[in-house]
Every structure is written in C-alpha cells, then in structure tokens.
Design a protein around this ligand. Structure first.
Ligand SMILES: CC(C)(COP(=O)(O)OP(=O)(O)OC[C@H]1O[C@@H](n2cnc3c(N)ncnc32)[C@H](O)[C@@H]1OP(=O)(O)O)[C@@H](O)C(=O)NCCC(=O)NCCS
Length: 156
C-alpha cells in the first residue's frame, strides 16, 4: 500500500481522535500538540494517497536531550492491518531519530500485544527489561533499538 506519513498539526486533531477511537480526547491532543509541552511530543499520521486515515503513532522527546527517543501510541486502524502501515510508521520514527542524531529508540509494550511485539522484533528492537504490572502502569516490556551516533551530531 502506498503511504503518506507526516507530522500531525492542529488541523489533524479530529483525525487523531478518529484513529484512537475516543481513547484520546480532542482536548488532551490539543494540549499535547499545541500546549506548553508541545516540544516534547510529535504525532505521525499515516494516510493513503487519497487522504484516507490509516494509523498513527507518537514520538516522545522527553529524553531527546540524552539522545533517546520514545515510540508510543502505535495504532493502525483494524481494517488496514497487515499492509505494512505499522512498519511504515516505525520506519518513519527510525528515520526521525537518525536524522535528529539520536542513538536510541525506546518503547514500552505488553505481553498480550503479539502483533506489535512481532513487528518490533522484525524491525530489530530488542527486549531489554520486564517489569511488574502495576495498577497505574500496565506496560511491562521495555524494547530498545540502539544505533551509534556521535552526540555532537544531535539536532536538538
Ligand atoms: C501492531 C500494529 C500497529 C501492527 O500494524 P500493521 O500495519 O498490521 O503491521 P505491519 O503490516 O507493518 O506488520 C509488520 C510485521 O509485523 C508482524 N505482525 C503484524 N501483525 C501481526 C499479527 N497479527 N500476527 C503476527 N505477526 C504480525 C509480522 O511480522 C508483519 O510482517 P508480515 O506481514 O510480512 O508477516 C497493529 O496490529 C495495531 O494497531 N495493533 C493494536 C495496537 C497496538 O497493539 N499497538 C502497540 C502498542 S505498544
């Protein structure tokens, strides 16, 4: 499938609400994309060449000054799965990280997300840590992809 993957802007918030099926509200996404912490987050949206929404993910830049970039909220609309869209989004995050001079991408996931874990492992992410599930945080698996990069080349 031909993909058009780009960074989400304020005008895309309704589309993000659509992709995340209401698990993220317009207000929370507006805060993330346009609020005081907007430097810390980016959302990527995948569409087909007709503009149809396919999926999204976010990039957490909270630890970007340490050269580490987080991949979060990866989601492909159910009817479009197994078409390479998840891979396309992860590749876009990898490209962003490399261009920014990061040395590492990290992500948290859970044991039950088998399709996601298969995708991450296929892309070369390695399981680095397991932790106990808590009420506040069900994410238990830390995955990382590390690449060499001199810190002097970081773009942020
Ligand atoms: C995980 C997810 C994003 C994958 O998106 P996708 O567009 O279907 O993924 P791709 O088509 O790029 O798949 C790439 C590879 O991942 C693996 N994979 C993907 N879905 C799989 C499945 N259901 N079962 C087994 N392996 C799977 C395969 O190796 C696949 O390659 P292949 O199709 O050549 O065999 C999608 O299933 C999804 O949105 N899941 C719900 C949300 C979620 O769990 N997010 C992760 C949060 S940590």
């Amino acid at each position: 499938m031909k993909l058009d993957i780009d960074f989400a802007l304020k005008k895309d918030i309704d589309d993000l609400v659509d992709i995340y099926g209401g698990s993220k509200t317009y207000q929370s996404l507006e805060l993330t994309l346009c609020g005081p912490d907007k430097r810390l987050w980016r959302y990527l949206i995948a569409r087909d060449y007709d503009g149809k929404l396919l999926g999204s993910c976010s990039i957490n830049l909270r630890f970007a000054n340490l050269g580490a970039i987080g991949l979060e909220n990866l989601l492909v609309k159910e009817e479009f799965r197994r078409n390479g869209i998840g891979t396309g989004l992860v590749e876009a995050v990898e490209k962003f990280a490399k261009e920014a001079g990061a040395y590492r991408i990290w992500l948290w996931s859970t044991e039950d997300r088998k399709p996601a874990l298969a995708l991450y492992e296929k892309r070369g992410f390695c399981l680095e840590k397991r932790r106990e599930k808590t009420e506040d945080n069900p994410n238990t698996l830390l995955y990382g992809m590390n690449f060499p990069c001199p810190s002097s080349e970081r773009a942020y």
